[in-house]
Design a protein around this ligand. Structure first.
Ligand code: AMP
Ligand code: MG
Length: 335
């Protein structure tokens, strides 16, 4: 991986990152239609590059088995979370990724502290976990609709007006703890304009095969637009940290949002720079003994090492040339 490419990616996503400690006002600070001067045509190629880089890095992350990555995705309804996950993760090995969607909490979940259900879905080492909605709902929908807080059965003396500041602090500490223990946390807010949300809702109503994606509740939530913008702005201001930054991704153009999401994830993985493990001198010797045994099993007429035969550079790496074994009588006798 060239440093130049890593630098280009860092430059590309730089303007999307919320500077820790800065006071965000969404409508003023972030334009949902920003596209970095790109055209959709260039975007397709860029996304392809991003997706293949992700696949490569994800394989290394899994092989190294030391770090895990948590990507939190937040957006308003119709912001494009599902499509982003589908496109950005399209090239990676499904075994290395775990996607969790968080809905209205169950009775069992409400019987625990508010971070409990998210902790159940954290990545293992070597894994990328994606939260489709996340613990941030606990300072978003729960804040905009306080009846959610009532259902959480908190002791009276913990439900004062400082609860949101306290939750920001608790979340920051939790993410710090995860980072310190080898789990990188990265957070994306897909920033949609009110007019683009209206358009997407109408599309969901107009196209029968999209109807299932729409519910009357979506329109009710839309009426609380300003409250959500406020809750998002406060959350971004309080919880974008050096160890777990927020990125505000322009979401009015789906293709651009997806490139940004891929770039942010690639950047996170580049930062980890996972390496394939070196098996060590002893294990290497054992491999060579096994290699010799396998070569001796070659049937008559077959090369000792068919793989090395086809890939001479690999053969050089193991220090031996693969030669066909001498024919001994009629080969196929293993019945
Ligand atoms: P969807 O993502 O469209 O399937 O909807 C999931 C719903 O669950 C949304 O309306 C969210 O607001 C709601 N939801 C997610 N997390 C929470 C939470 N912690 N408390 C209350 N509602 C939530
Ligand atoms: Mg929905």
């Amino acid at each position: 991986m060239s440093d130049e490419r890593a630098e280009r990616i860092a430059d590309f996503i730089g303007p999307l990152r919320v500077k820790p400690g800065s006071k965000v006002r969404l409508e003023r600070d972030f334009d949902p239609r920003y596209k970095a001067g790109l055209k959709k045509r260039d975007g397709i190629e860029l996304l392809r590059t991003g997706v293949s880089l992700l696949a490569e890095y994800q394989e290394r992350l899994a092989a190294q088995d030391t770090y895990g990555v948590l990507l939190c995705l937040q957006a308003l309804d119709a912001g494009g979370k599902d499509g982003t996950i589908r496109h950005v993760m399209s090239g990676v090995n499904p075994q290395g990724v775990r996607v969790s969607s968080f809905k209205v909490p169950s009775a069992e979940e409400l019987d625990h502290d508010y971070l409990w259900r998210y902790a159940q879905r954290l990545p293992t080492r070597g894994e990328i976990a994606i939260f489709n909605r996340s613990h941030y709902e606990e300072v978003l929908v729960v804040r905009v609709h306080p009846e959610n807080l009532v259902r959480q059965k908190l002791p009276d003396d913990t439900r004062g007006p400082d609860i949101w500041q306290r939750r920001y602090r608790e979340i920051n500490h939790w993410e710090r703890y995860l980072t310190d223990n080898g789990f990188k946390v990265v957070k994306i807010f897909l920033n949609l304009s009110k007019e683009e949300q209206r358009t997407r809702f109408l599309k969901r109503i107009d196209r029968p095969e999209k109807n299932w994606k729409f519910s009357a509740a979506d329109v009710r939530e839309r009426r609380r637009w300003d409250d959500y913008q406020h809750a998002f702005s406060e959350m971004l201001s309080a919880t974008s940290t050096k160890w777990a930054p927020w990125y505000v991704v322009p979401a009015d153009r789906k293709w651009f949002g997806r490139i940004c999401a891929a770039a942010i994830l690639v950047h996170t993985l580049m930062d980890i720079d996972p390496q394939y493990p070196d098996v060590g001198e002893e294990a290497r010797k054992e491999l060579l003994v096994a290699k010799r045994d396998l070569e001796q099993e070659a049937p008559a007429g077959a090369p000792a090492d068919p793989y090395a035969d086809r890939h001479p550079s690999a053969a050089r790496a193991t220090g031996r040339r693969a030669r066909p074994k001498k024919k001994r009588g009629q080969g196929v006798s293993s019945k």
